[in-house]
Design a protein around this ligand. Structure first.
Ligand code: ZN
Length: 326
């Protein structure tokens, strides 16, 4: 360890790394505590690798000094370079990260099968389903994984990371967690809260066999309420959020407005989620069917929860209607 590392105890330092994804660069963080902790890695690309090494060097450390790698969630811009960092650091993350990090083929097959049947029931066309599954596969190819050594849950603490605890912040991903420093309520929140864009609550298959599909937007809203108490949030993308409560309230309100608009699109018809998505995102659905479908479905879940729409099954298809008796 160098002297500059010892001087910077209790600091949080971002390293910004380019990604090949539409979201743009990702922030990974060094936390100087009793141990030296890296939060997230960047994707497994040559460019990201040299940017990570350069970023560590700028802060007076090298990859060999890292004690712990904490992963916020399973997306490749956040955990792509796990294998390389794991040569030196212990890997910690949400307990559901384990099958992603071991690249469990049965787990991946189950998820593909669930999505296939789910999209079909919601009226998505075969060739579009194929395109979505191919996109998912290509996306995950930016990961070089290594096994999860410390599985984490809500409220857990980590050796070497004094005064911090883990918050489970699901919704964007079913493996998502955030960190909160108790003394000043500073958070490192991955993709759960991002200042310049609203984070997607993404459709995922259940993790338990025969389990129910997670209602990801509802989870996401619950997770945001947990973050309202934060004084400052360091995000996976973009600048830190200085007034989290105001931003969170705005996001919650925007979701309610979007849900009301989606309800108005249904009108007096009975429509599949795919048709509602097509009407909601004209043109964009064709280019980004997975993302736009997921976004629409989340808001339909919110409407269903509020008893503003109901779901019926006809000829093997699920249809959304406005609820009467309001
Ligand atoms: Zn993400």
């Amino acid at each position: 360890m160098t002297d500059s590392w010892m001087d910077s105890k209790n600091q949080i330092k971002p390293i910004t790394i380019d990604t090949p994804f539409q979201v743009g660069p990702v922030n990974v963080y060094l936390i100087f505590s009793d141990a030296l902790i890296l939060v997230d890695t960047g994707p497994a690309t040559t460019e990201a690798r040299s940017q990570l090494h350069a970023g560590l060097k700028k802060h007076g450390v090298s990859i060999k000094d890292l004690d712990l790698l904490l992963l916020t969630h399973h997306h490749p811009d956040h955990m792509g370079m796990t294998a390389e960092v794991a040569e030196y650091a212990t890997v910690a993350g949400h307990h559901r990260l384990a099958p992603w990090l071991s690249e469990d083929q049965a787990f991946i097959k189950d998820r593909i099968a669930f999505l296939q049947a789910f999209y079909e029931k919601h009226g998505m066309e075969d060739e579009v389903i194929r395109a979505v599954q191919n996109q998912n596969h290509a996306y995950m190819s930016y990961v070089e994984a290594a096994p999860l050594e410390i599985p984490l849950d809500e409220g857990d603490t980590l050796d070497g990371l004094r005064d911090w605890h883990i918050l489970e912040t699901l919704g964007h991903a079913q493996t998502h967690l955030s960190l909160m420093r108790d003394a000043d309520r500073t958070m490192v929140a991955g993709d759960h809260i991002i200042r310049h864009i609203s984070s997607n609550a993404l459709l995922e298959a259940p993790y338990e066999r025969d389990g129910k599909r997670p209602r990801t937007l509802l989870q996401y809203r619950e997770g945001m309420m947990k973050c309202r108490a934060a004084s400052k949030i360091y995000s996976g993308h973009g600048d830190p959020v200085e007034e989290p409560a105001a931003l969170i309230d705005r996001r919650l309100h925007e979701q309610e407005k979007k849900a009301a608009y989606i309800r108005s699109l249904i009108g007096t018809e009975a429509l599949t989620a795919t048709e509602i998505t097509r009407r909601m995102y004209k043109g964009l659905y064709e280019r980004q069917p997975g993302l736009t479908f997921s976004e629409t479905l989340g808001h339909l879940d919110l409407l269903e929860e509020g008893k503003q729409v109901k779901l019926t099954e006809e000829d093997g298809l699920w249809l959304y209607h406005q609820s009467v008796n309001l």
